[in-house]
Design a protein around this ligand. Sequence first.
Ligand SMILES: Nc1ncnc2c1ncn2[C@@H]1O[C@H](COP(=O)(O)OP(=O)(O)O)[C@@H](O)[C@H]1O
Ligand SMILES: [Mg+2]
Length: 264
Amino acid sequence: MENSVLSPVAVQTINLTRHFGDKVAVDQLNLAVAEGEFFGFLGPNGAGKSTTINMLVGLLRPTAGTALIHGVDIWEQPLQAKQQIGVLPEGLNLYERLTAREFIRFAGTMYGLPADLVEERTTELLQLMDLEDDADKLIVDYSTGMRKKTALGAAIIHSPRILFLDEPFEGIDAISGRAIRSVLRQLRTRGTTIFFSSHILEVVERLCTRVAVINDGRLVAEGSMTELREKAHAGADATLEDLFIRAVGASVEETGGLSWLQES
Ligand SMILES: Nc1ncnc2c1ncn2[C@@H]1O[C@H](COP(=O)(O)OP(=O)(O)O)[C@@H](O)[C@H]1O
Ligand SMILES: [Mg+2]
């Protein structure tokens, strides 16, 4: 890892593995993300991205292996690890009968922030997410983009050191996408470590300092864009998509489709 000497490791998996019956969804995965990195976690549908993230944030118990948050095993010391993270899960689990303002406020209170700070940050987050006009409407009436922005507000109100996002740009409109990208850039500037999964390569390419590609539960490529180019013996104009196809190439040919690459 290029900057491991300078920055401590924020997120680490050691032989992290998850079985579902006979299916090996994640297979002895070893990842290390340095503090302050904007880390893109890529792979086709069913590759094991959500399963990995869910094990890292304490939502899904690993079959084997370890998930560390700043060196703390999230399954051994869940409270200590969870205080340091924010999560935007794939299947948003929002309280439909609350408004965005109430939901974000609720999250702040749950994290134990004092009431005046909760109010201050809720107002600020609603502005930042461009949700002010709808802040007092019920979430049940929100679009996917508005829901993701609400969930993101709730995930960062306690200013976590690490933010996990599972497909944050999936199924949302361009305006919401822009708001989310802008928030992520601001967090990164403040030194937040960002770990996010996506199958939309263009977004990953624009935002990430480093990427890992998984396929069939196994790591198939990892590094900065420059490193991936070098490893693939590709020219300086090779896009992430070119490198990605090389990385998962063999198995994509086996399964006969690149359809998910065109979905974005
Ligand atoms: N709760 C579950 N029960 C059984 N199989 C699952 C479950 N969750 C995920 N899987 C399987 O594990 C594999 C990885 O899934 P997932 O982590 O959701 O992939 P991704 O997020 O990369 O699309 C897939 O084959 C999926 O069908
Ligand atoms: Mg997923």
